[in-house]
Design a protein around this ligand. Sequence first.
Ligand SMILES: [Fe+2]
Ligand SMILES: [Fe+2]
Length: 349
Amino acid sequence: EFENVTIDRKYHWAVRLIINNYIDSLFHIEDRTEEEENKLLSLFELLETQGEGTSYAVTLSQLNLAEYYAYKGDKRYKDVLKKLHHIKDRELVRHIVPASTRIKAIYYSRVGNFKKSLILILESLKKSEYYGNTLEETILMESAMDIFKRVTAQFSAVQKRKFFTDTPIFKYLLKVQAVKDTYLGKEHAKNVSILARRLGEILGLEEEELEILEFAGLLHDVGKLYIPWFTLNKITPLDDEDWEIIKIHPVKGAEMLENLGMWREAEAVRNHHERVDGSGYPLGKSELNILDEIVGISDLFDAAVSPSRRYKAHKSKDELIRELLKGEPFKFSAVVLNALGQAVDKGLA
Ligand SMILES: [Fe+2]
Ligand SMILES: [Fe+2]
């Protein structure tokens, strides 16, 4: 309870920080009760009385308040953001600029102007890249997904895939992911997508499944957007802790797609590092769908033959195929290995 406390001025920053953390915890409750809602508003008010300033805590709470209004489709978000215009502190500006644009985007999506909202999200992503703000990138992802979900709510699976592959912001998210994941480079997602479709064709799958393969192949590593930059790009070998973090990327990617109602694509993304002998991650599953395996083998194949930095001694295609067939035949089922062999023979991989 902060109401009746007099605070020594020199501790104001600490109080602001505590209040701000409290705001943050209330802010992230999805269905707030009326009591929580009132508490949140009174905390915002309280923070305002703690004095203007350029401290991190004040700025964050003002951004929180602006976001709060934006989510409600309340124009007052503008007034709150205006207060931040005068701030010159570099560190804060780096946070404020992309966040303000994102908040605007949230407002427009709430009032139903999706087009404007998506343009703003793209702008915000570019700004956060410009300011090197990777934290903002992650938050932006969530906002972008929220807007996508609203736009595509009534779409069929086919329409959704078309919408996403045609949307500049989705391409941009993939670009950000590729830039972040410097070990594999920007062609990896596209290569996996093409190869996965080809393997599906060799196996005589239906058009719908081929489209799922193409889409899941493109997005298989999108969950890496959630992995910190310094873990993805570590020059020294990864330790156990790093691996634990990296292993969440299929789950994060799958959650994104599930959230958009793309269940089958999500499943293939979730399982692209699982292997039929149970040696994969994150769960060590052994019962896999053919689509999961196709995305998995396409990913492994492209990563192994591309001249990446982490796996320096990249292999020739023939070598790799031989190795897959002899050395590790139990990681993939025979049909899938066979399809890859055929693709290589025909010069398709
Ligand atoms: Fe992956
Ligand atoms: Fe990959």
